[in-house]
Ligand binder design. Structure first.
Ligand code: FES
Ligand code: FES
Length: 203
């Protein structure tokens, strides 16, 4: 049989068809960028029904839509940790999440630490050991520290340093933050659910 010199069909048209379809979908659905979604953020045991665009970050929703401004915004790139909150018992950077991803999940922020006038043991430890100066990084450090002590009350010094090294402080030089977290009674930092889903420091 003589060899065939037919040019094989180029794969490009298939790809182009795919690309064109995707481009058309985007053009036909510009509303996906601005469409708003009704979600409920449960912050410190209280439900906040909010309407947000899919691209709204969780920290913006917590601060601007729910009025809980204790959580700070620094770099907005996941570097500084100022926006650290506890989501379903895990410390996360709320600038790296979309609000819609937290729909119906349990969010804890610095506002939920104190029990009325009684400070949380970690807050008291920061005061006692001068773990803050300007205070900008403090909410993030508090939530990070509470979470690590809840999860690993017996954590060793080196591992604790590793965890705390994920957040940045421009003022303290870190030594007093480390002292404060080390001095906080880990068992008293463990928390138990309050009725209605809120949490309270164990006594
Ligand atoms: Fe989120 Fe800096 S503001 S990590
Ligand atoms: Fe100022 Fe940490 S106390 S940034």
């Amino acid at each position: 049989m003589p060899p065939s010199f037919e040019t094989p069909a180029a794969p490009a048209p298939q790809d182009e068809v795919g690309k064109t379809d995707r481009a058309r979908e985007k053009l036909e659905a510009p509303h996906l960028m601005t469409e708003k979604f009704d979600i409920t953020l449960n912050i410190n045991g209280r439900d906040y029904p909010v309407r947000v665009e899919a691209r709204r970050t969780l920290v913006d929703a917590i601060r601007d839509d729910c009025g809980q401004t204790g959580t700070h915004i620094g770099c907005e790139h996941g570097i500084c940790g100022a926006c650290t909150i506890i989501l379903d018992d895990v410390a996360v950077r709320s600038c790296l999440m979309f609000a819609v991803q937290a729909n119906g999940r349990k969010i804890r922020t610095v506002e939920g630490l104190a029990d009325g006038d009684a400070l949380h043991p970690i807050q008291q430890a920061f005061i006692d050991h001068h773990g803050l100066q300007c205070g900008f990084c403090t909410p993030g450090f508090l939530m990070l520290a509470v979470n690590v002590l809840e999860r690993e009350p017996d954590i060793g010094d080196e591992d604790l340093l590793d965890v705390l090294a994920s957040n940045l402080c421009r003022c303290t030089g870190y030594q007093n933050i480390i002292k404060a977290v080390r001095a906080a009674p880990p068992r008293r930092c463990a928390r138990r659910p309050r009725e209605g889903g809120d949490v309270k420091a164990a006594t």
